[in-house]
Write a protein that binds this ligand. Structure first.
Ligand code: GAL
Length: 376
């Protein structure tokens, strides 16, 4: 089964945009192996837009840009596979990609066969230049069928930016993940808005087909293709970003440069506890216990080991007490049952709590606790 758990990997777009090459992919692959990303679960290396030439060849096939990929895609796929990783590529449901290059509308089956021949394991399928009168759901279903008939298992990552409420139908057409929002930018407001927009759409985020609130911007610090140097994200905000994605149980696609990632960001992306939350096998969405002012959500998420993770996210612009009211989490005082709490970041044991507790969080900060039921 593909995408039993949220897919994890790296994608070129956030940092490199169209500035991609065989050399970059090889160096990225090496860095992912050497620095521990592969072993932490980041398996897919995905080449986004701008890998192809301006026209198809005389047989109607897509052609890798020879200046960027002089040895072609099969060779790159072999390199990646030999190192225990998986190879992803990009096309688009429209007539041209977002950067104006040839894409798959009307060519779905031949393109899927080409990708299979190249050893592709993952297709990101975008939505630019989609013909006005064509049927979006059908177009995604056509590519899904094309991939299934290609002779190779290829993960289908649909990217139509949340248009036509994909959480209601992407699972039914066989996608393994689907973008549910517009593009992320490397600033705090973008991170916050994207996360908040998906809280109510998470119930259908589940094994086999995941809601994809876009790639991570951790470690970009204002640089790169979607970098925002005027609104630099702080370490604390990157921590909240990554913790939110893990807590929601969504795909983790690194968008920063793994070759040069700073120590803080690397440790964050490799945080075993957070990754374990993201990859929990029951893939449950969190239950919202409260959300003061709309920007201070407090959740409890049921985990497969019979315990829970409590997530508190102070997304507001002020320091704030974040009340966790046990009665609102299904545990009234009279139940005689409390929760033993351990801080997921520090490992600190907070003992058994009941009734309520109110940690104070700085603006844009988060807390996560592992929690287990205990009689008191
Ligand atoms: C956008 C997509 C981005 C990136 C870009 C490439 O539509 O949302 O993630 O793939 O196109 O041109």
């Amino acid at each position: 089964m593909l995408a039993k758990r949220p897919p994890m990997g790296f994608n070129t777009w956030n940092t490199f945009g169209g500035n991609i090459s065989e050399q970059l992919i090889i160096e990225t692959c090496d860095a992912m192996v050497e620095k521990g990303y592969r072993d932490a679960g980041y398996k897919y290396i995905v080449i986004d837009d701008c890998w192809m030439t301006g026209e198809r060849d005389k047989n109607g096939r897509l052609v890798p840009d020879p200046a960027k990929f002089p040895h072609g895609m099969r060779c790159l796929a072999d390199y990646i596979h030999e190192r225990g990783m998986k190879f992803g590529i990009y096309s688009c449901a429209g007539t041209r990609t977002c950067q104006g290059l040839p894409s798959s509308f009307g060519h779905e089956f031949e393109d899927a066969r080409t990708f299979a021949e190249w050893g592709v394991d993952f297709l990101k399928y975008d939505f630019c230049n989609f013909p006005e009168r064509a049927d979006c759901k059908l177009a995604y279903h056509t590519m899904s069928m094309a991939l299934k008939s290609s002779g190779r298992e290829i993960l289908f990552s649909a990217c139509q930016w949340g248009r036509e409420e994909p959480w209601k139908w992407m699972r039914s057409i066989g996608a393994h993940m689907y973008r549910s929002t517009g593009d992320i930018w490397d600033n705090y407001i973008s991170i916050r808005d994207i996360a908040e927009s998906q809280f109510e759409n998470l119930p259908t985020n589940a094994s086999g087909c995941f809601n994809d609130p876009d790639m991570l911007v951790v470690g970009m610090y204002g640089k790169g293709n979607v970098g925002d140097s005027e609104n630099r994200v702080t370490d604390e905000e990157y921590r909240t970003h990554f913790a939110l994605w893990c807590f929601m149980g969504v795909p983790l696609m690194i968008g920063g440069d793994v070759r040069t990632m700073d120590g803080f960001s690397k440790d964050l992306l490799l945080n075993k506890e957070l990754i374990a939350v993201d990859q929990d096998e029951e893939c449950r969405d969190p239950f919202m216990v409260g959300n003061r002012g709309g920007h201070r959500p407090v959740f409890i998420r049921h985990m497969s080991d019979g315990g829970f993770v409590i997530g508190m996210f102070n997304l507001s612009d002020n320091r704030a007490g974040m009340p966790f009211i046990f009665a609102d989490a299904g545990l009234p005082y009279a139940s005689g049952v409390g929760l033993r709490l351990t801080d997921l970041f520090t490992g600190e044991d907070l003992g058994v709590k009941r009734d309520y507790f109110v940690p104070v969080l700085e603006k844009h900060a988060c807390r996560l606790y592992r929690a287990y039921l205990e009689r008191v």
